[in-house]
Design a protein around this ligand. Structure first.
Ligand code: SF4
Length: 407
């Protein structure tokens, strides 16, 4: 597969599932492109926009004066002014706006008052067309360090702002690929200085990790082997790219076109991936957006298959009785049926209020269920309101079970 450079998110995607990496970064077809767009739209949720606004306000606030190189003095008023200006450009709903404001206030009270010497804000290492090459191993990497500060004792600290609800533990920080990549780059840019990396979680506190030079060199070797592993995956044929079913499938935007995920859904095994719901509302809403997007794609696919059967397998000029065929596993028939339905307002007029209140819905089945308990004349009156319409329907049955299945 193509790996122009590695970043923490690229590597995580490949580690989770090569097929997802292929769909996301190699974009083999129009469906993958459309699903990537949908996924990006999902990431552009209110919570995501608010997080970006908080992030951008903090970055601007710390940005050194371009002429003097001095970091502005910490002022909460200025931070709020920047936050409001950024919100005017990237709007969010009022409750999200307030959430961001509260987050910044708490952050400022806890650790924003201390003056720092900012060296770089949003420091980019590498570009898409010219990645940063790690020394010795030559692994191409790319990333953005939110803030680089210099302590009085000369220590260089790389800081990454996070507005997520979940906290990050010390063990997670000590094994973070993002932290390790940033520290490898910092080690090369400031070879004689002590270096450290900090996750600055606006909803929580800070978690700092320090890696020895020896560990960073080991990490570089490991990273390079990961780089080679991903490049060695043959993606010339999408159907042969390995897919790994796992927890990450729940959030994967490519489930509508992933053969493994589709197999699991058809076999009823998909629920095993999501036995319980998590507590994070943002994650649940992300999942909901994925489900909606998947449903749209599947509905589109179903319509296309229906149309293909009606127009290519059968033909509107064929006699109805000739519109049936069989495959190895299925029998399919495009038959004429009568579709009947009740008019809800008519049913409501005729059914006594006490019975009407017990009806869950006004579907055919729900109305049919109450007919036997109604006086004969009322039941007959309701039946007379029923509308019957002839309609052609595709009936698809699996050959082994003989179960009816309306397509
Ligand atoms: S649904 Fe799962 S197996 Fe399929 S591409 Fe996504 S992550 Fe991979």
């Amino acid at each position: 597969m193509l790996v122009p450079y590695l970043s923490a998110s690229r590597l995580k995607t490949a580690q989770d599932c090569y097929l997802k990496y292929h769909y996301h970064y190699e974009q083999p077809n129009a469906d993958a492109q459309a699903l990537k767009e949908i996924g990006n739209h999902r990431d552009n949720s209110q919570a995501g926009r608010m997080g970006n606004n908080v992030h951008d306000a903090l970055e601007e606030w710390r940005r050194p004066d371009p002429e003097t190189g001095k970091t502005p003095k910490p002022s909460f008023g200025r931070l709020m002014t920047l936050y409001k200006e950024i919100n005017a450009k990237r709007e969010v709903d009022f409750n999200f706006y307030e959430d961001g404001k509260r987050m910044l206030k708490r952050w400022f009270d806890r650790r924003g008052r201390d003056p720092v010497r900012a060296l770089h804000v949003e420091m980019q290492f590498g570009r898409h067309d010219a990645p940063y090459m790690l020394s010795r191993t030559g692994t191409p990497v790319l990333g953005f360090i939110d803030l680089v500060i210099e302590h009085r004792d000369g220590t260089i600290e790389c800081i990454d702002y996070k507005t997520q609800r979940l906290d990050i533990t010390q063990a997670e920080a000590d094994n973070s690929i993002q932290a390790a990549i940033y520290l490898c780059v910092a080690r090369e840019l400031w070879p004689d200085r002590p270096i450290q990396f900090t996750f600055d979680l606006q909803r929580h506190g800070t978690v700092t990790t320090v890696w020895t030079d020896e560990r960073l060199e080991d990490f570089k070797d490991w990273l390079h082997s990961q780089y080679e592993n991903i490049m060695a995956v043959d993606s010339t044929d999408t159907t042969k790219v390995p897919a790994t079913i796992g927890k990450g499938c729940q959030w994967c935007a490519y489930t509508p076109i992933c053969p493994k995920a589709q197999d699991m859904m058809q076999n009823g095994a998909w629920d095993m991936l999501t036995p319980t719901l998590g507590a994070d509302l943002n994650d649940l809403l992300n999942e909901l957006a994925t489900i909606k997007a998947s449903k749209q794609m599947l509905d589109k696919r179903k319509k296309a298959i229906d149309a293909h059967i009606k127009e290519e397998v059968f033909d509107r000029s064929m006699k109805v009785e000739d519109c049936k065929t069989e495959t190895e596993n299925w029998s399919v028939e495009w038959r004429e049926q009568t579709r009947r339905s009740y008019i809800p307002t008519e049913v409501q007029k005729l059914v006594p209020p006490t019975v009407f209140g017990t009806m869950v819905s006004l579907s055919n089945a729900a109305v049919d269920r109450v007919l036997p308990i109604l006086p004969d004349d009322v039941a007959e009156a309701i039946k007379r309101t029923q509308i019957s319409k002839p309609q052609r329907m595709l009936i698809v049955k699996p050959k082994e079970s003989g179960d009816d299945g309306e397509n």
